[in-house]
Design a protein around this ligand. Structure first.
Ligand code: NAP
Length: 489
């Protein structure tokens, strides 16, 4: 890798375009910080529109060669990359925690999850089947084939810096698309670690390209306006997703959107309360409440409210908050000042409108928390409609507990949202399980299961939570065009 002119602690942190490690054309860079300490970890190139255009051009040039390669050969390269990811799990997890904040145990699990997408899609890429259809005349034959869409621009968020990257790149590469990745500005270092692996396993120059930037709108404009980009695969906020959807209309680009959520988590009277408590802890406090499928509203039947709340609060009090790099820490910092302000505002708004804090409720800057964005895991009761926490995605460790009386009422409340990503409920009644799962207007349902996301299942939302699916058998179709071929004999 070449030495570079820009000032940075580690000169390896640069972009990857057309098989070469490179700086931004402007020579500018920006710092990446540890959200637990505020420490500057590295500086990465601040790419602009010109760099984005170069990366797109490189992906375009690589497309005929990469898409022309046999699927098993592409799979072999992907599986080699998967092996290296797992070999380097510890180092990658360390980088991920340093820039993102989640506890090391979660970061290790994320690297395995990210590698799982590579395995799944490397295999699925070998099964892109076409079909033959009986023609309407004896002298005709009809074939349907599937082909890669072309150059894919992948834009990813900071909350899963490894898994969101492979969930897009692996299916795209597996079917023969070439890729330009723009990771989130808070977490580019994990992506760079993955690209070092892609280089080592020998992906052809231009098949995968990486640009980091502090000006996503500028790079976004190039992605939207450059006709060489056939598809945008985006994970992030609903606001930016809508902007990209509007922008992609001009060239009718293919777009897949994995956007924000506002998950209801329902505990019915026939639930196993201990399992529901464990599930609520896992769903609400994983990644400090910063996942798109986090429980945002916890509805508990009034007959089990007391026992659930008591046990839940007890477990929340035992969560150890701190620097994710330290073993034994359960919850880390929030990603940045903006995330921290939103969480604080949701709690202040709820309390001002009558909510009560059962535990937590404070930001922390004392002692080991100095320099980071820490907010205590919090449980709220007396939460009412009209409070921001019931209407917006909190993206933080705040758990509002809301009582309900019957199934119809709670389903109505759960569906009363423009988001439709994930929903959870706990019940031991088989008929209710199927009935409620069918009625919830969400793309992913966890029934007595707080961790429903796996590489082999389709992941995605309805309503304003997105378009299309990632993961599963369905996740590969997003990157394929269908072509009908009619033969006259
Ligand atoms: P975000 O602000 O929308 O950013 C996501 C990505 O879009 C980042 O790489 C960002 O770059 C980029 N971006 C921002 N403005 C852009 C523009 N004008 N044009 C092109 N790209 C642009 O979201 P976030 O705060 O990183 O992530 C949290 C959100 O993602 C939450 O709403 C969460 O629910 C959602 N999410 C959804 C899923 C899912 O699968 N449905 C998974 C994870 C997260 P910068 O980093 O430079 O701003």
């Amino acid at each position: 890798m070449p030495a570079t002119g820009i000032e940075r602690r580690n000169k390896n942190y640069i972009n990857y375009i057309g098989g070469k490690w490179t700086d931004a054309a402007s020579g500018r860079s920006f710092p990446v910080h540890n959200p637990a300490t505020g420490e500057e970890l590295a500086a990465v190139p601040d790419a602009g529109r010109q760099d984005a255009a170069r990366a797109i051009e490189a992906a375009h040039h690589a497309f005929p060669g990469w898409s022309g390669m046999a699927a098993p050969e592409r799979a072999r390269l992907l599986l080699r990359a998967r092996d290296l990811m797992l070999e380097r799990k510890e180092a990658l997890a360390h980088t991920l925690t340093s820039e993102q904040g989640k506890p090391l145990t979660e970061a290790r699990a994320e690297i395995e999850y990210a590698a799982g997408f590579v395995t799944w899609f490397a295999e699925e890429g070998k099964r892109v089947y076409g079909e033959t259809i009986p023609a309407s005349a004896a002298h005709k034959r009809l074939l349907v084939i599937k082909q890669p869409v072309g150059v894919v621009a992948a834009i990813t968020p900071w909350n899963f810096p490894a898994a969101m990257v492979t969930r897009k790149i692996a299916p795209a590469l597996a079917v023969g698309c070439t890729v330009v990745l723009k990771p989130a500005e808070q977490t580019p270092l994990t992506a760079i670690g993955l690209f070092q692996i892609f280089e080592e396993v020998g992906f052809p120059a231009g098949a995968v390209n990486l640009i980091t930037t502090l000006d996503p709108a500028e790079v976004g404009r190039e992605v939207l306006e450059n006709p060489l980009v056939s598809m945008i695969a985006f994970t992030g906020s609903t606001e930016v997703g809508k902007l990209l959807m509007r922008g992609s209309a001009d060239q009718v680009k293919r777009i897949s959107l994995e956007l924000g959520g506002h998950a209801p988590f329902i505990v019915f009277e026939d639930a196993d309360v201990d399992k529901a408590v464990a599930g609520a802890i896992a769903s609400k406090f994983r990644n400090m409440g910063q996942t798109c499928i986090c429980a945002n509203r916890i509805y508990v039947h009034e007959s089990v409210l007391e026992s659930f709340t008591e046990k839940f609060v007890e477990r929340v009090k035992r969560l150890k908050m701190g620097n994710g790099l330290e073993e034994g820490v359960h919850v880390g910092p929030l990603i940045d000042e903006q995330g921290f302000k939103k969480v604080s505002a949701h709690v202040e708004d709820a309390v001002a409108k009558g909510a009560k804090i059962l535990t937590g409720g404070r930001s922390r800057t004392d002692g080991i928390f100095e320099g980071g964005h820490f907010f205590e895991p919090t449980v709220l009761t007396d939460v009412q409609k009209g409070m921001r926490i019931l209407e917006e995605e909190t993206f933080g460790p705040i758990a509002p507990v809301i009582p309900f009386r019957d199934e119809t009422e709670v389903i109505r409340a759960a569906n009363d949202s423009r988001s439709g990503l994930a929903a959870y409920f706990y019940s031991q009644n088989m008929s209710r399980c199927l009935r409620v799962a069918e009625q919830l207007e969400y793309g992913i349902i966890g029934v007595n299961d707080a961790v429903p996301a796996v590489p082999q299942a389709p992941f995605g939302g309805v309503k304003e939570s997105g378009l299309g699916r990632e993961g599963g058998r369905q996740g590969i179709d997003e990157f394929l065009e269908v072509k009908a071929i009619s033969f006259g004999l």
